[in-house]
Design a protein around this ligand. Sequence first.
Ligand code: LLP
Length: 425
Amino acid sequence: MLKKNDSNYYSMNDISLAELADKYQTPLYVYSADQIRKNIQHLQSVLAKYFDSYRIQYAVKANTNPHVLKIVKETGIGADCSSPLELRLAKQAGFPMDRSTYTGNYESPEDFKRAVESGVNLNLDDYHRITDLKEMGILPEFVSFRINPGIGRGGFEQIVTGGADAKFGFPYEETRKAYQTAIEAGVKRFGIHMMTGSNILEPFYFAEITQKIFTIIENSINDLGIELEFINIGGGLGVPYTKEEEALDLDQSFKMVSEVFKKNLPNLNIGNPEIALEPGRYLVANSGVLLSKVTHVKRSYRNYVGIDAGMSTLLRPAMYKAFHDVKMDGQEDFLSNEPSDHYRICGQICENSDIHPLDRSFNQPKAGDLMLIENAGAYGFTMSSNYNNRVRPAEILLDGSSEKVIRVRETEEDVLKNVPDFELK
Ligand code: LLP
């Protein structure tokens, strides 16, 4: 997606990133619509190869810009939402709500009301909420449950979403009780869901969790006489952030998942559920680059290269010690064993965690140099904040040769607009 010319200047969709940075200033998120379509089409083609029917639901939390949602929606897939505004945006973008899911947790009555009103499939994090929904008089005809299988895996400790230390789902031992409760309350249609971790690159993992769901179904609900409309194995499809990581082999992953379906389904009494997936990162991460300029280079006990995109712009390095490849525009990738060439990349935020993991070697970086932070299309802008009263960045969407500002840079006035009786002078 990113291309480098002979002088080591980068372009995306053949548009110069240096020119975009000059035109729109930094920090700046730039996405390629073409790359998003390519990612989705690849996943669709792999699923179509192994399954008669399937549901892909984009986890919109990865990148909720309404213009990005529109590109995703046009590919025909559904959405997975986790808040009322995400639901509203998904609906407005035109996602089919009956092929979309609301997977919340610890929902307020208002969250539930909005979800049910939207017509989305409700995926409950706790089956006790059936009682709350019934009492509110809004128990839908369809319900799915998020089961915690007691195990989880993920790229970092913080993104493991299954197992004894995860706040999500309910213990798998209570699966039967959950569906019985729903049946008694009057629920007529069902799904099942499990999401145990994010950014997984091992193809076996997906077959493993699918088998786990089938085992839970067989041991807990097979004799209840219900049909499952889908078996949702969650998101979690990883992307390589480092050169050493290998891309997830989708074909191998879903070939194995389909074998698990073929082995288990004929022996069960649950109808003919579709496989459902809710990937976020896989669809959008590599479509985005974050452009940032060097603000100052300091030689202290270590060398620091300060950039204008800190943890308020891209939180992942500070929050998870997540690695993002960083290229310097106009400079060949520089590998040096000299400590004097090793730099720690940091932002301008007053937190010592506002750094990128692993020192990188750069050749004499200086203020004004343009840095490209790769794989910034997922959980980038969506996790940004106004910490230290920094404004949120702008976002640009490239589609073929066209470029569009899909979010203007916030202003200082924007940051303060909700403070009553106050005007910024
Ligand atoms: N479904 C549910 C219910 C989820 O909670 C998530 C992500 C997804 C789907 C999508 O997962 P994905 O396919 O993107 O792995 N902020 C972290 C990732 C946290 C993911 C939380 N849930 C990061 O920047 O790596």
